[in-house]
Write a protein that binds this ligand. Structure first.
Ligand SMILES: C[S@@+](CC[C@H](N)C(=O)[O-])C[C@H]1O[C@@H](n2cnc3c(N)ncnc32)[C@H](O)[C@@H]1O
Length: 534
């Protein structure tokens, strides 16, 4: 590697920052999203390089560096500063975008960086693939799966299966393929550090990657940043740094999990045996510490909300602007009552957690809303309800007819069928510490909710009890309100900037111990089989 003084490297780094900012401002947000173009701050790449250096130790000489998504070279810059040019035998960066590839080449070729312009996921499968690195530092493009074409996804899945034996879910983002393919490329015993979204740690599509990290490489460290402290001003994701060695893990291996603060000075840490990781559905609960926003208190053996509520998402209309109307307006227009259903306003506009009903089943709120829901075929609507027919015709000019949901429905103005639910939970929200990120609504009206709500229908013995003692619904609402923010965040998922979301199956997994403590008679008869013979 050409010898470069630290002073020179520093100078080039300041030029890099200027060029990076130039390229960034010349691109639209959509363009940057498409290629996952969010540069890593230099302080973070330096932190990552220093941590990797601490693992390499002084004995390891001859680094062969690679970054499969080099951008303007933030990681290479850090590698030069931290490892020193003398120690780097070779360095290669792959970059799809010619603007970044050219920039990286101009900036760093004098320091020995070899820049290959092209799609890493194709290059890695090719004979011309540069020789295997032994150190990879990377922040791959986060491109979400719905921005990958079907062909591309199939190609990536087939290639990853061939190169690693791992069957990646079609819901995985591009970064999952990057990590797996680059690890296949890396030399055995090499060290890799990846800055990736932490979402995979909790969701189903991340299962294959978690298995890979627990079984196929030796995961040394997983540091998750506090989502309230967004690393990239403009990328709304929370991220984790994974550092691993490409070698089979020892049976008794344990992984260091840290959270918050910086990689060098995390707020909390914990050492988690690999065996436990293999059985853990969610990895963001580690390190298990009060400061971790995701530590879960749910008791996996006890009763859960799913035992007492059927949880279902509210309806997706395909276009609320068109289908959801102010009830008063619908009356002025003359839309037939029969095909209008009461619906709650979006959580943003619902200021209360307790909704009363008027005589028609509409919520007593300043603005009452209704949703058009009609199952009559078009000719009948035209013949019998000309006003509704006329209103429906306006959908054409709004250009909503080609939308996925609407084009699949028959007739296209018939909504998913939901009964009103006595309890609802908002689907997204914020909240730290004990504050609930989601609100539970007690609904006495006949209104349903849109998909910004989860609808909770009492079932099993709770439903029987409520039929007998309807007044107890109030206490049910109180108990739902007492579920802690920790539990809700622990089961849900978190996005950058502290936005939380919870899916029906996640809400169903929350402990319902307090319900059984309050009303022991509602406990289910059927206990897990193993306990029957205890
Ligand atoms: C998140 S950025 C990271 C850039 C740089 N490594 C850093 O840390 O600042 C990801 C980079 O990958 C590039 N990229 C996107 N798709 C790629 C692909 N298929 N092959 C190689 N590079 C790609 C983007 O243009 C972008 O520069």
């Amino acid at each position: 590697m050409k010898h470069m003084l630290a002073r020179e490297a520093k100078l080039i780094e300041s030029q890099r920052l200027a060029i990076q900012a130039d390229i960034d401002t010349g691109k639209s947000a959509a363009e940057r999203n498409r290629l996952g173009q969010f540069a890593t701050p230099n302080a973070l790449t330096a932190d990552i390089a220093r941590y990797v250096e601490s693992i390499l130790g002084p004995a390891k000489r001859g680094i062969r560096f690679a970054d499969p998504a080099i951008g303007s070279g933030s990681f290479f810059s850090a590698a030069l500063t931290v490892f020193g040019a003398r120690r780097i035998n070779s360095a290669v960066g792959v970059e799809l975008d010619p603007a970044f590839a050219d920039a990286a080449r101009t900036l760093w070729s004098s320091a020995g960086l070899d820049v290959v312009q092209g799609d890493f996921t194709r290059i890695v499968a090719n004979d011309i693939c540069p020789s295997a690195p032994n150190v990879i530092l990377a922040n791959p493009p986060y491109v979400r799966h719905h921005h990958l074409s079907r062909d591309d996804k199939e190609r990536l899945q087939a290639l990853t299966l061939k190169m690693t034996g791992i069957d990646v879910s079609g819901l995985a983002g591009l970064y999952v393929y990057f990590l797996l393919l680059a690890t296949a490329w890396m030399e055995d015993d090499g060290i890799a550090a990846w800055l990736i979204p932490s979402e995979f740690m909790d969701v189903n599509y991340g299962a294959a990657l978690k298995r890979f990290l627990a079984n196929r490489v030796t995961l040394i460290r997983a540091h998750r940043f506090d989502p309230d402290d967004v690393q990239f001003g403009d990328a709304l994701v929370s991220s984790v740094v994974l550092v691993f060695r490409k070698t089979q893990p020892a049976a008794d291996h344990a992984v260091e999990f840290t959270f918050g603060g910086t990689l060098a000075e995390p707020h909390v840490r914990d050492v988690v045996p690999r065996e436990r990781l293999r059985e853990s559905r969610k990895w963001t609960v580690y390190p298990s510490h009060a400061k971790n926003d995701r530590r879960t208190l749910s008791d996996s053996n006890g009763p859960t909300l799913g035992d007492f509520f059927r949880v279902q998402r509210g309806i997706a209309t395909g276009c609320n602007k068109f289908f959801v109307l102010d009830r008063a307006n619908a009356k002025v227009i003359g839309l037939p009552d029969k095909y209008l259903r009461p619906i709650l306003p979006s959580p943003r506009y619902l200021k209360t957690t307790s909704v009363d009903t008027d005589a028609d089943g509409y919520p007593i709120l300043d603005t009452q809303l209704c949703v058009i829901d009609c199952d009559l075929p078009e000719p009948m609507v035209e013949a019998r309800y000309p006003v509704l027919w006329e209103y429906l015709q306006t959908a054409q000019s709004l250009g909503i007819m080609d939308g996925y949901l609407i084009s699949k429905r028959c007739p296209w103005y018939k909504q998913e069928q939901r009964e009103p639910a006595p309890f609802l939970c908002t689907y997204m929200g914020r909240g730290a510490d004990d504050k609930q990120p989601f609100r539970f609504i007690w609904n006495r009206s006949k209104a349903i909710g849109t998909n910004l709500y989860l609808m909770l229908y009492p079932q099993n013995r709770l439903a029987t009890m409520l039929r007998k003692y309807p007044d107890r619904a109030k206490t049910v609402h109180v108990l739902l309100g007492q579920i802690t923010g920790y539990e809700l965040r622990g089961e849900g998922r978190i996005y950058g900037g502290g936005l939380n979301k919870i899916e029906p199956s996640e809400l169903a997994r929350i402990s319902a111990n307090s319900f059984v403590e309050h009303w022991p008679e509602i406990e289910l008869d059927v206990r897990p089989q193993g306990t029957l013979f205890g």
